[in-house]
Each structure stands twice: as structure tokens, then as C-alpha cells.
Design a protein around this ligand. Structure first.
Ligand code: C2E
Ligand code: CA
Ligand code: CA
Length: 759
């Protein structure tokens, strides 16, 4: 019997030691008091073991001291553990400190038993044929028992209170420890009263220690977890249906019941509901699936994400499943809005360029047998609209154009914004009504109630040849076509062809060379004499010439329109004006009275302050303003007439002489003339000479000269080629003449020689 107890005690000690070791490694807060409690159990159990094994009194007594004083240590550890386990704050001096004091006193008095023998003694008895020293308790031992029992009783009461006051799901946590404590106490009591010689109650304490170890550090209250998970699940926004292995619905959270419009009593209807509601989901009968689902139409449309998960046990058998339905309508709508804004121009609501290209590409690939046009819709001079009117007006204009495109379009058209006041359209060739469009475009007026503006819209058309080609390249070609339209008020539609392409290549070629050509003086002014009624040269017009090192002599007709289109004319003119000033500053003596007329392109007014540019030059070269004449064309006066007039007036105030070039070629009427702040009217014979009716031409010229005379404007006729023309113009009252009759435009030195000869 003793051997059996020895083995049990040894196993307990070993078990406790292992647990102490584990507890010290654990990071949980409770692990320290638990470790301490388990460690404190080892001395009394060892003491108890020594008592059982001893056959002589001394050993037995030593065991008893270790046992009893060890028990005080256990009580001390138990107080600490209970405080931590039951979350009792222990800062104040109270029951806890009284207990500690009692335990210290008890330990001291037990120790003093060595001297006084007041606590206990031992009595030899025979157990299984061997001597055994059984306890003989005295007053000190009674005190010891009262202290330990009282402390244990208080702890038991604390656990009972905790059990009653905590939520029911925590009951288990306190109950197990409470019950073991009660059993240990009962066992001890049983020993005291049973008068059995061998005390084995420490077995109970050992087991108690192991249980505490398990419950405080490893036990996870599954019921508690279950409850908590169920709470979490019912509070989730997602609808959850739980099914058992037979697909019977066993639980559904509140959102799920609301979604199915069922009550908790109607859970058995859930499988039918799911099948009916989501009948078009293919995967519905498989074990694991996930699918999006939409309900309703238009604004009311709802988007759901469904997930079905099946639970399996260790052996792979289905134990149940759950269906999760997430309402992601908000997310979807946000996504759609983002997608819309990414793919649509906010102002017009049309596709953005990237999206347009993508759609066109798809349409071309999908319809290889249909012939398509790619159309580049260009709003000319839109920057001006922006400048003259408000941004609101230009926005309105763009919306009007997009509305018009929408109205025109059929379902076969794909259209969108290309940016910078340009639109792109792809349409079947047979739906492109050239004449109708031409008519419509010529009268495209935008009005916002306050302002009215005639928008100039040009279309560049490219016929698709390769349906799988790069759409951006197709639009580049359509753009080439649109950019080729130079006669601004004539035709509005231009088709891309190979000539256009090579023309564009050439245009790019000369554009990149312009700066170098100016720097290397390949570009130079030629001068064409202007003479008076007696044939005496009074001045000259500076006309640009480009002597190209590879392409030879380039006439301005080949490159001036290119630079007018791309704005590089500004560079040419600025350079020509400087040349003119430089020549004038050089002219001395007989040449000192001559003037030079320079051309000003309408574009110059957009890109620079023409007045300060030119006065800057005349000041730099010290030239009298009257010697540098300003030639401006009617077209420059067409738009922003008032602003231009102001500029011309400024020139005149500064002493420059302003000439109206190419009068009669544009749209200006004689009526307009009276408001024009010009000094000289240049009438071009070319416009008239082509006319069959020479008499009529003559009459027109005559009336222009007459009228300008009355208005105090001097007249200059250019393109004078014959003596007859010269004479009749003279008779009509024309004052100045320019033309091949006198001289072609010539290099400056030739002009100088010519003048010196004529003087
Ligand atoms: P424009 O200003 O009307 O210049 C007169 C044009 O008529 C010149 O052509 C001149 O050579 C030509 N011409 C002169 N007399 C006769 C004649 O008796 N018969 C005929 N058939 N033609 C005559 P050019 O030099 O080829 O210049 C063409 C146009 O290029 C100019 O017309 C002007 O608009 C523009 N241009 C020339 N140089 C410049 C310049 O430096 N700056 C700007 N912005 N434009 C320029
Ligand atoms: Ca001119
Ligand atoms: Ca002219």
C-alpha cells in the first residue's frame, strides 16, 4: 500500500514540476500565480510523501514540518491565484493582508514546535508490518487547521459569489475549481475525523493543482466561444444561413431572416427559398460556390455576393454548411460611378479618348465586312471662344456640339471626346452624309441667350482600311485631313489621302528646319518696289524667300500657310520685321526717304503683343515709325474686329502707317471701310484680272479708289503688270503702284541698285 502511494505521490510531484515549467513559459497573465501555486504544492506533497515512507520518528517529523509549513505556503499561493483568477483587485489592506499575517504567525508557531512541542507530536503505530509515525495534534495544530480552513473557506465563498454574479456562460470556469477545492477540503476533513493513520489528502491537492493548471492556461470554454460566435454572427450585416448535413436550415441570423422574409419558426422553408430566389445560379447545388447576384432594375437594383461553405469533419464527412449573402450594392454603385467617370468626359458625358479607342477597336474587329469612316471633329479657334466669352459659354458650346453629335448618330456610331475641343466619331461609310453635314456645319451657331457665336467646325475623314489597325493612328490621319483645311470659310470636310500624308510629312520637314534656316540666313527678305504716279520708287514691300540648301528656292506660298497653321509664322515675321528695320537703318542718302512695308499675319496677334514688338525694333534701330509700314489683311480684322481696330489706332498714334492688304479678296464690304483705322488701301489686281468682264473689274477698282479718296485713305494697287493697267489706274486717281511692271521682288542689293538708277 505504501509503495502504491509512493508511486502516486512521485507521479504527482513529477506532473506538478512539468506543469510549473510550462506555466513559467506561458505568456498569459495568470501563468505566474498558477506556476507559483503549483510550485507551492510540491513541498507539502513531498512532506506528505516523507511521512508515508518514514519508518523512524525523525524523518517522519521532518516530513511533517515540511508538510504543515508547506500548507501555509499553499494557502498563500492560493490567495494570490484566486485574486488573479477572479479578477479581484488587491491593492487595499484588507482580508488578504490579514490572511498573510495569520499564515506567517502560523508558520512561525509551527516551527517553534521544535522547541515547545505545542503543536503536534507523533505516535508509533504498525502499518503493514512496518513502523509508522502517526500525527498527534495539539493546540498549535488546531490553530494551524483553523487558519488554513478559514482561508480556504473565504476563497470558496469568493468563488461562489463570483459564480453567482458572473454571466452564466462563465459558470463552468469557476465551478470546476470550486468543486475540486471543496473535495480537497472534504478529503482533509475526512482524514482528520477518520482517525486513519495515513494522511493521503495531499493527493487531492495534487490533482487540484493539475486541474487549476489545465483550467487556467489551456481550457477554452467552448460553450462560451459558441455563444460569442453566435452573437457575432447575429450582429453581422451579412445574411447567414446555417444548414446541417442534411441541408436543413438550423440557424439564420436576423439579416438572413429579413432577407428571406421568414421568422425563426419558419427555418425549414429556407432551402426552398434559397432555391427559388437564386434559381439561375448554376453552382447552387454544388458544395462550395461563390457567385454575384443582382435583383431589381435601374435605380432600385441591388447587388449581392453569395458564398456557400461546407464544413467537414476529420474524416471528410459533411457536418454542415452555411450560406453567406452580402449586400454590396453600395460598393458596386461606387465602382460603377468610378468606372463611368474614368470612361466618360464629365462635361459632355461622352466617352473619353481611351475608352472611345477601345470601343472603336472592338467594333472594327467585330464587323470586318462593314466599311467605316473615322472622323475627327475639330472646333477651330476654340481658344478664342474661351478668351472672348466665359468658360461657362465655352462649356456650353462643347455640350451643344456633343448634343448635336448624339442627335445625328445612329446606333452604329461610336463617338467620344478627344480632348482640346475635338471629338471623334466612327461610323459606317454609308451613314456619312457629306452634303448635309457641310450645310449644317456652315451655319453652326451657339447661343446661350446672351451671346451668339458662329463656331467653325471642321471634319477630317479617314476611311478604315485595316480593321485591326491602331485606332489612334486612324485618328492621326483623320487629323491630318482636318488640319489640311486652310480655306477657313469654304469647305468644312476633308478626306485623308496619300497626297495629304506626303504633304504633312513635308510640312513637318520644313517646320523642324525653320529655326536653323533663320539662323543660317537661308530665309531672307526680298524687296518689291512700290512706285508713285511718275514711276519713282517710294518704298518696298518686304517679302520672305527661303533658299533651301536641298529643296532650292521656296516660294512663300509653299511655307507661309504651313507656318500660319502651326503658329510658327510668328518666328518668320519677327525675323522679317527685324530685317526690315536693319535695312532701313542702313539706308542713307537717297535711300533714306524710302519706306518698307512688312506683313503681319493674323496669328501674330494671338501669340505676341505686336505693337510693343514693333516699336521695340524701331527704337532699337532708331527708325522713324512712318518708314516701317504695317500691312494687315482683312481676315485679321474679321474676328475680334474691335480689338484689332484698337491695335491699329495705337500704331497710327505712334506714327506708323497702316495698310489694308488684299482689299476686296475677303468679305469686307466698302461699308466697313469707313470704320477702318487705315492709311492705305492695297487693292490686288489679281482678284480682278481673272474676271472675264474687264469693264466690271475696272468699275469696281474705280469706285474703291474713289471712295477711299473721299475717306482720306490713299490707294495702292498691287499686281500691276501692264502699262495699260498703270495708266488707267493713274486716271482713276490711284496714288501708289506695285507689280511686275516695275520689278519682281528682288534681293536687297538689287533693289538698292534699282532705286539708285531710277532716281
Ligand atoms: P502679298 O502680301 O499679297 O504679297 C504680294 C504677292 O504678290 C507677292 O507674292 C508678290 O511676289 C506678288 N506679286 C507682286 N507683283 C505681282 C504681279 O505683278 N503679278 C503677280 N502675279 N504677282 C505679283 P509672294 O512674294 O509669293 O508672297 C505671297 C504671299 O505670301 C504674300 O502676299 C503674303 O501674304 C505672304 N508673305 C510673303 N512674305 C511674308 C512675310 O514675311 N510675312 C507674312 N506674314 N506673309 C508673307
Ligand atoms: Ca502684303
Ligand atoms: Ca497683297
Amino acid at each position: 500500500m505504501r509503495e502504491l502511494f509512493t508511486i502516486i505521490f512521485l507521479l504527482l510531484i513529477l506532473g506538478l514540476m512539468i506543469c510549473v515549467n510550462n506555466a513559467t513559459r506561458s505568456r498569459k497573465k495568470i501563468s505566474r500565480p498558477v506556476g507559483f501555486l503549483l510550485a507551492s504544492l510540491i513541498p507539502p506533497i513531498t512532506g506528505n510523501l516523507i511521512i508515508i515512507c518514514s519508518t523512524d520518528r525523525l524523518c517522519s517529523d521532518i516530513g511533517r514540518y515540511i508538510y504543515f509549513i508547506g500548507m501555509d505556503l499553499v494557502m498563500f499561493a492560493l490567495i494570490r491565484f484566486s485574486g488573479a483568477y477572479c479578477n479581484i483587485p488587491g491593492k487595499r489592506v484588507g482580508l488578504r493582508h490579514i490572511s498573510y499575517l495569520l499564515l506567517i504567525i502560523d508558520s512561525i508557531q509551527l516551527f517553534c514546535n521544535i522547541f515547545f512541542g505545542h503543536a503536534f507530536g507523533s505516535e508509533q503505530v504498525e502499518v503493514e508490518g512496518a513502523p509508522y509515525y502517526t500525527l498527534v495534534p495539539y493546540a498549535g495544530q488546531t490553530f494551524h487547521r483553523i487558519v488554513d480552513y478559514s482561508i480556504l473557506a473565504v476563497i470558496i465563498i469568493i468563488f461562489i459569489i463570483k459564480m453567482i454574479t458572473s454571466p452564466r456562460i462563465y459558470l463552468e470556469r469557476y465551478a470546476v475549481i470550486l468543486i475540486t477545492m471543496v473535495i480537497c477540503a472534504a478529503w482533509q476533513t475526512l482524514y482528520i475525523f477518520s482517525r486513519s493513520p495515513i494522511d493521503r489528502s495531499m493527493i487531492g491537492f495534487g490533482v487540484f493543482g493539475l486541474l487549476i493548471f489545465y483550467f487556467s492556461l489551456y481550457y477554452r470554454p467552448l460553450r462560451l466561444l459558441d455563444r460569442m460566435l453566435a452573437n457575432v454572427a447575429s450582429e453581422m450585416n451579412e445574411a447567414l444561413f446555417f444548414f446541417d448535413a442534411n441541408e436543413k436550415c438550423i440557424w439564420a441570423n436576423a439579416p438572413a431572416l429579413a432577407f428571406a422574409e421568414l421568422t425563426e419558426e419558419e427555418l425549414d422553408k429556407v432551402p426552398d427559398f434559397v432555391e427559388w430566389r437564386f434559381e439561375d445560379i448554376k453552382e447552387i447545388h454544388s458544395e462550395e460556390w461563390s457567385a454575384p447576384y443582382e435583383i431589381g432594375k435601374g435605380e432600385q437594383k441591388k447587388y449581392y455576393k453569395l458564398d456557400k461553405h461546407t464544413q467537414r469533419d476529420d474524416r471528410g464527412r459533411v457536418t454542415g454548411s452555411f450560406l453567406r449573402i452580402r449586400d454590396n450594392t453600395e460598393e458596386q454603385k461606387k465602382l460603377q460611378r468610378e468606372l463611368y467617370y474614368a470612361s466618360h468626359d464629365i462635361l459632355t458625358g461622352l466617352y473619353t479618348r481611351e475608352f472611345l479607342y477601345e470601343h472603336i477597336h472592338q467594333a472594327l474587329v467585330d464587323n470586318p465586312d462593314t466599311d467605316y469612316y473615322i472622323v475627327y471633329v475639330d472646333v477651330k479657334n476654340f481658344k478664342i471662344v474661351n478668351d472672348i466669352f466665359s468658360t461657362a459659354f465655352s462649356d456650353h458650346a462643347l455640350r451643344r456640339i456633343s448634343k448635336r453629335i448624339r442627335e445625328y448618330s445612329t446606333k452604329n456610331w461610336i463617338y467620344g471626346c478627344l480632348g482640346d475641343a475635338a471629338f471623334g466619331v466612327c461610323l459606317p461609310t454609308n451613314e456619312f452624309q457629306d452634303e448635309r453635314l457641310e450645310r449644317n456645319l456652315s451655319g453652326f451657331i451657339v447661343s446661350d441667350g446672351n451671346h451668339e457665336y458662329h463656331l467653325l467646325i471642321h471634319l477630317g475623314v479617314y476611311q478604315v482600311t485595316d480593321h485591326s489597325g491602331d485606332v489612334s493612328v486612324m485618328f492621326d490621319r483623320a487629323y491630318v485631313a482636318v488640319a489640311s483645311i486652310s480655306d477657313e470659310y469654304g469647305k468644312h470636310i476633308s478626306y485623308y489621302d496619300e497626297n495629304l500624308r506626303s504633304k504633312l510629312v513635308w510640312e513637318q520637314h520644313i517646320s523642324t528646319q525653320l529655326s536653323d534656316a533663320i539662323a543660317n540666313r537661308h530665309i531672307n527678305p526680298y524687296l518689291q518696289p512700290i512706285v508713285d504716279g511718275s514711276g519713282k520708287p517710294v518704298g518696298a514691300e518686304a517679302l520672305v524667300r527661303w533658299i533651301h540648301p536641298e529643296d532650292g528656292f521656296l516660294s512663300p506660298g509653299s511655307f507661309i500657310p504651313v507656318f500660319e497653321k502651326n503658329g510658327m509664322i510668328v518666328e518668320v515675321d519677327r525675323y522679317m520685321w527685324r530685317c526690315a528695320c536693319e535695312i532701313l537703318s542702313r539706308w542713307k542718302g537717297e535711300l533714306a526717304d524710302l519706306f518698307i512695308s512688312v506683313n503681319i499675319s493674323p496669328k501674330d496677334f494671338y501669340f505676341m503683343d505686336v505693337v510693343s514688338e514693333i516699336t521695340g525694333l524701331t527704337e532699337e534701330y532708331g527708325i522713324e515709325p512712318a518708314r516701317l509700314r504695317i500691312e494687315i489683311t482683312e481676315t485679321a480684322m474679321m474676328n475680334e474686329g474691335e480689338d484689332r481696330m484698337k491695335i491699329l489706332n495705337e500704331f497710327r498714334k505712334l506714327g506708323f502707317i497702316v495698310e489694308m492688304d488684299d482689299f476686296g479678296s475677303g468679305y469686307s464690304s466698302l461699308n466697313m471701310l469707313k470704320d477702318m483705322p487705315v492709311d492705305v488701301l492695297k487693292i490686288d489686281m489679281k482678284f480682278l484680272s481673272s474676271s472675264d468682264n474687264n469693264d466690271r473689274a475696272k468699275k469696281i477698282v474705280q469706285s474703291i479708289i474713289g471712295l477711299s479718296g473721299e475717306l482720306g485713305i490713299e490707294s495702292l494697287t498691287e499686281g500691276v503688270e501692264t502699262d495699260i493697267q498703270y495708266k488707267s489706274l493713274y486716271e482713276m486717281g490711284c496714288k501708289l503702284y506695285q507689280g511686275y511692271l516695275f520689278s519682281k521682288p528682288v534681293p536687297v542689293e538689287d533693289f538698292e541698285k534699282y532705286c539708285l538708277q531710277k532716281k
